[in-house]
Design a protein around this ligand. Structure first.
Ligand code: C5P
Length: 247
């Protein structure tokens, strides 16, 4: 099975508040993207890697070159790494990258923001695809109780009120890398191409698109290390995890 990996790193990272694209933000002195790319290469599952970076971002293109050269110099078997301009939404970035990976059988899509996702998670997703899954996502069990809310009937008390409490034992938190056969992901993105802006904005992961086509999506164990770096607090947590567990 030939496997391509897409790393989406074209987001602005406004919520992190650094004034630079999130994938450039330093984590213990190195850009977030460097960790994400090293994790993918170290997993050994990628035959080709495509990284979507913000339009005309030379810094992140350079990070791609430096990481793969350094790993190759250390004797790691490095697949080709292609950096391309991403799109205005995450879905656009995936679609642009997918167009460069047409010779493969399977594609894993990974958020650069999940910089510390361990190689074993990539391997679990790739193994499930090799066993015949068309779509495979890594998940964690919920530790918090989750409530569904609606607008409150008395704004003087609070804006929201609880509508229901879903059964926590059946809920999962979803991470990346998410893996698909090339055919399933290509079909899903062709359908998403027809979405209006509101529909496109509602797409927060690739599995949603594949699910809506009736394709079964399998869930394998993710990792607590795969936290998505979105806020300043996440960055502090990621630095603490790096210190304790390394990368
Ligand atoms: O914005 P959010 O944190 O949900 O983005 C998830 C991932 O998608 C990030 O790694 C980000 O860089 C990527 N992204 C992208 N292109 C966009 C928007 C987000 O590659 N236009």
């Amino acid at each position: 099975m030939q496997t391509g990996v897409i790393i989406v790193a074209a987001g602005s990272g406004e919520r992190l508040g650094y004034g630079i694209p999130k994938a450039q933000v330093p984590l213990a002195g190195e850009p977030i993207l460097a960790y994400a790319l090293r994790g993918v290469i170290a997993s050994g599952i990628a035959d080709a890697i495509c990284v979507a970076v913000p339009r005309h971002d030379e810094t992140l293109r350079q990070v791609c070159g430096e990481v793969s050269e350094a790993m190759a110099a250390d004797g790691t078997d490095c697949p080709p790494v292609l950096a391309i301009d991403g799109g205005t939404s995450r879905t656009d970035s995936v679609r642009e990258a997918l167009a460069t990976l047409q010779g493969v059988d399977a594609v894993l899509v990974h958020d650069a923001a999940r910089a510390l996702a361990p190689p074993e998670v990539f391997q679990r997703v790739a193994t499930a695809l090799a066993h015949g899954g068309e779509a495979v996502i890594p998940v964690r069990e919920m530790t918090d109780t989750v409530k569904m809310v609606e607008h409150s009937d008395n704004a003087a008390i609070a804006q929201d009120m609880v509508r229901e409490t879903p059964d926590r034992t059946r809920l999962r938190v979803v991470q990346t890398p998410q893996g698909f056969t090339l055919q399933a992901l290509t079909r899903a993105h062709a359908a998403a191409d027809l979405f209006d802006d509101q529909q496109a904005a509602a797409v927060t992961d690739d599995a949603m698109l594949v699910e809506s086509m009736g394709i079964p999506v399998y869930a394998v164990p993710g990792s607590d290390l795969s936290l998505k770096i979105t806020t300043e607090t996440d960055l502090v947590l990621a630095e603490a995890l790096l210190q304790k567990y390394g990368s």
